[in-house]
Design a protein around this ligand. Structure first.
Ligand SMILES: [Zn+2]
Length: 175
């Protein structure tokens, strides 16, 4: 497995609508493995392919918070929300592409999602709690949408300015 650099907002690749994947090739399975490793190392609970510069409909996640519990890595190809609850839920969200910035986002409390797994098998499952928030946040990435797009323009601009500054500092540090 290989760690992949995570793109930091603002980046045009984070604003693109990603393409569906076809047959799950060895290359796509490797990408899913690399993304899981990158996510665990970050550390984070979810990662979408465009965050590592691959404009493909693939997300990975593991929302098990208890350190003593067994990990539950998931890789979802072509994930699609098929149902959302009327009940809403607010979570303080963050994003590996927007480091150290957090804000409350309201989303449906439960969702049904269908997807294809690494073996090419179709699944449809209901998610709730943190899993529901995470899967919606990651699917948004595949449509070029970030959690800060749910915030007011002032808050969004403030965070974007901080990220521009952070990217400059990182570029200087690695020069
Ligand atoms: Zn994110």
């Amino acid at each position: 497995m290989t760690m992949r650099p995570i793109l930091i907002h603002p980046d045009p690749r984070l604003k693109k609508v990603c393409a569906p994947v076809g047959d799950i090739s060895a290359e796509l399975r490797k990408l899913a493995d690399d993304m899981l490793q990158t996510m665990y190392e970050a550390p984070g609970i979810g990662l979408a392919a465009p965050q590592v510069g691959e404009l493909k409909r693939l997300i990975v996640m593991d929302c098990v918070k208890d350190k003593d519990a067994a990990p539950q890595p998931m890789a979802l190809f072509n994930p699609e929300v098929t149902w959302t609850s009327d009940e809403m839920n607010v979570y303080e969200e963050g994003c590996l592409s927007i480091p150290e910035q957090y804000a409350d986002v309201e989303r449906p409390a439960e969702v049904r999602v269908k997807w294809t797994d690494v073996d090419g098998k179709e699944h449809e499952e209901q998610f709730d709690g943190l899993w529901a928030t995470c899967v919606q946040h990651e699917i948004d990435h595949l449509n070029g949408k970030l959690f800060i797009d749910y915030l007011g323009p002032l808050k969004r601009q403030m965070i974007t300015r901080k990220m521009v500054k952070l990217k400059k500092e990182r570029a200087r540090a690695s020069a």
